[in-house]
Design a protein around this ligand. Structure first.
Ligand code: ZN
Length: 132
């Protein structure tokens, strides 16, 4: 039950790497060439001469996808925040994999597979959550 000694060691390494993470910005950043709205612009010609490339930052704000252009200078100044967010997600994903494999290897978990109730139970007690 729980993590193997090897998994426990890996989890400790991941946690210590997480401790080095600084401020993080949400969403994703892509470098893309783009077309503008002017119909007679060179970017609509054949073949098109696109604008950019520019940095495009896409994130979810209140359930809506919002995209903004970032100048090279602005992106470079905040690059570490975007990179740390990606790294934090990778590390958290690894911790999830470790915990999932521990749960799935637990014989008490395996016993219930394919049996038991088909509908989710009503909430009787919510676990405490640190997020949101
Ligand atoms: Zn254009």
């Amino acid at each position: 039950m729980g993590l193997t000694p090897r998994q426990r060691t890996r989890a400790r390494i991941i946690a210590s790497e997480l401790a080095t993470i600084g401020p993080v910005l949400p969403g994703t950043v892509l470098r893309r060439e783009t077309r503008c709205g002017r119909a007679n612009c060179r970017c609509h010609a054949n073949p098109p001469q696109l604008h950019g490339p520019y940095w495009w930052w896409t994130r979810s704000v209140g359930g809506k996808t919002v995209t903004r252009m970032l100048s090279d200078e602005l992106y470079e100044d905040y690059r570490a925040y975007f990179e740390d967010q990606r790294r934090a997600r990778e590390l958290l994903g690894e911790l999830e994999s470790l915990a999932l494999s521990a749960l799935e290897a637990d014989p008490r978990y395996g016993q219930r597979r394919g049996r038991g109730p088909t509908a989710p139970p009503r909430v009787v007690d919510k676990p405490r959550s640190g997020s949101r």
